[in-house]
Design a protein around this ligand. Sequence first.
Ligand code: SF4
Length: 215
Amino acid sequence: MKSDALPEGVQAQRQEGLYSVTPRLALGRINPEQLNIINAVVQEFRLPGVRVTAGQRLKLQGIPGDRLDEVIRHLGPVGEFCKYYVQACPGVTSCRLAMQDSMDTGARLEEFLNTFTLPAKVKAGVSGCSMCCSESFVRDIGLVGKKQGWTVIFGGNAGKRVRVGDVLAEDVSNDEALRVIGQTLAHYAANGRKRERTARFVERVGIKAVMAAIS
Ligand code: SF4
């Protein structure tokens, strides 16, 4: 099957005829019902296993092409596609160093991000304090919790050409952080080239042009 003919959320593996599916598990949270469904699919289709990805998602691997549709049908809503994922640390839910609620804000950001259609893959990292466990400075969108509010970061990348993101705003509320991110992404959506990641976009247009898009 050609990769452009694959359903959303399905990736062709290196091995001919095998595919993997990465369900949407916002912030890596998974409940018992979802776990049961995934386990049932793995057992019924005798898949070689499930891998936890760096982005806090589960990847079902080794699905033969002729059983792909069945696997997707059995997963049902659990197999929902996630265009843009958010990685978040536990924050105030369990970490004693947390300054902000990274899980709650991360969930809002995940919903918000997935309303956009952007030129390239976008990854976000939400950290509850400046220890930055979600690697917020090397994500396309980063949030870092401080006592007075959130620091908003844009244009980071941890790939082949590492780039530390630029700070767009500091000490802002949840709503203000999402407003800044929304305006920045709208500018990126309108001016980014196809498949141009945010790091390369900022390098090309300059951070001043990005900042000018924020009112
Ligand atoms: S970033 Fe801070 S709040 Fe989040 S897990 Fe790490 S130390 Fe805890």
